[in-house]
Design a protein around this ligand. Structure first.
Ligand SMILES: Cc1cc2nc3c(=O)[nH]c(=O)nc-3n(C[C@H](O)[C@H](O)[C@H](O)COP(=O)(O)OP(=O)(O)OC[C@H]3O[C@@H](n4cnc5c(N)ncnc54)[C@H](O)[C@@H]3O)c2cc1C
Length: 387
């Protein structure tokens, strides 16, 4: 087989998978508006995800981990139709990555369980510890062969539907990056409760809640990684999960753009009339398309290089992707509403949902101000000559 034959096969396989991703995502269009209105993640969607190849495609299969690019392509396709579903999968993959990085003896078992369908939540944030994770108050103290965990986690995605949480807790009182550790806590452990759910402007179908831990006892083997490794694991995971949010954002930007085209030019003829007779509006469409294209190109430039090198992207690249793509999602969704006008503002109109969802993408997984702090700290690592 010569080189070009190999390339064609590889591209062909990826292409099939992407067509499948789009086909699966199209099924979500029937759920997204209803779930958003009802503020509920439909268990049917979870069942669909698990039955379909999407679950194995994103979690890895046959002993092979999925690449970052592959995960992003699936997440982009999901987000273009239903942001909450994409975030459900993204939260799951974020935990998966921490477990993978931890080299913990439990890792293989936990990842297999995840591939088989276990749902996870990632428990880092607290009322006083969002951007500043070292302000965390949740504590874990060792008692014999157990850890006893107490504290309140806030804004936890997949709350209530997860059967496992990855909980970050203080194992030492001083304010240091070595004072926090990560634990696996099953949702049915006595002392763990979901105290309340957030009612949000966007991502309304994605359940976000307070996970309260009241003297929750877990075996010592529930420690993920080493004692004091929690912050290091969380920061390394962000180098993977921020591009995943970039993919959600590209999906939202793309979905909003595609809906806009349906609203302003439902037929080819109407689209032609619009672009030939109303040039100012046509230019707006061209501007928005350039934004989506730039965000998508940045995302996959970063992920394909990371996959090729077998390394996590540097933080400045991961943060650039997260901040740039979520800003583009917000801009495209906002301007799409303006161009579509009254057609876009009804409670069932998809465009207003993209707009509400996009705002949250600028806030979570580290606000876009925090992304700039991260980029700023690595200015000395930037070397375009070798890219
Ligand atoms: C829908 C949703 C889902 C979420 N899911 C999860 C989850 O599954 N697990 C989890 O652990 N967390 C989750 N979060 C929490 C999320 O990661 C935090 O909201 C985020 O990190 C920001 O923290 P904060 O809200 O406490 O903002 P704050 O830290 O209070 O920040 C408030 C403002 O101050 C700015 N600011 C703060 N510090 C600085 C600084 N040093 N420099 C410049 N500006 C600064 C921020 O940019 C922001 O504008 C979720 C949040 C949302 C909204």
């Amino acid at each position: 087989m010569n080189r070009s034959d190999q390339d064609i096969r590889r591209v062909g396989k990826a292409g099939d998978d992407l067509i499948e991703a789009e086909r699966f995502a199209a099924l979500l269009a029937g759920y997204s508006e209803k779930m958003d209105r009802m503020e509920m993640f439909d268990p049917e969607v979870i069942a669909l995800l698990k039955e379909h190849r999407v679950w194995k495609a994103v979690h890895g299969d046959n002993g092979q981990e999925a690449t970052l690019t592959h995960q992003c392509r699936w997440i982009e396709a999901l987000a273009a139709r239903c942001t909450s579903t994409a975030v459900f999968v993204q939260s799951q993959l974020t935990v998966g990555h921490t477990i993978l990085l931890s080299n913990s003896p439990l890792a293989g078992h936990l990842l297999n369980e995840m591939r088989e369908g276990t749902i996870w939540g990632w428990g880092l944030t607290e009322a006083e510890a969002g951007s500043d994770i070292l302000s965390m108050k949740t504590s874990a103290r060792k008692e014999g062969d157990e850890f006893v965990i107490s504290g309140n986690k806030r804004f936890i995605s997949n709350a209530g539907i997860a059967t496992r949480y990855l909980v970050f807790a203080r194992t030492s009182p001083e304010r240091s990056s070595k004072s926090i550790s990560a634990f696996v806590v099953p949702s049915d452990t006595p002392g763990l409760a979901i105290a309340r759910y957030e009612h949000k402007m966007g991502l309304r179908a994605s359940p976000t809640g307070d996970v309260v831990l009241d003297d929750v006892r877990v075996p010592s083997a529930s420690l993920v990684g080493e004692i004091g490794e929690g912050v290091g694991l969380a920061l390394s995971t962000l180098r993977w999960s921020r591009p995943l949010i970039g993919a959600v954002s590209v999906g939202v930007a793309r979905g909003a753009f595609e809906h806009l085209i349906k609203v302003v030019g439902p037929t080819d003829r109407e689209l032609r009339v619009l672009t030939s007779k109303h040039q100012a509006r046509g230019h707006k469409l061209a501007d928005l398309l350039m934004q989506v294209f730039a965000a998508r190109t940045l995302l996959y430039d970063v992920t394909t290089r990371a996959d090729r090198n077998g390394e996590l992207p540097p933080m400045w690249e991961a943060s650039s992707v997260k901040a740039f793509c979520s800003d583009v999602a917000m801009k495209v969704a906002n301007e799409a509403l303006e161009v579509a006008g009254r057609e876009a503002v009804g409670v069932d109109a998809p465009l207003q949902r993209y707009y509400r969802d996009a705002k949250i993408l600028q806030i979570f997984e580290g606000t876009n101000q925090i992304q700039k702090n991260a980029i700023m700290k690595e200015l000395d690592l930037v070397n375009f000559a070798v890219k």
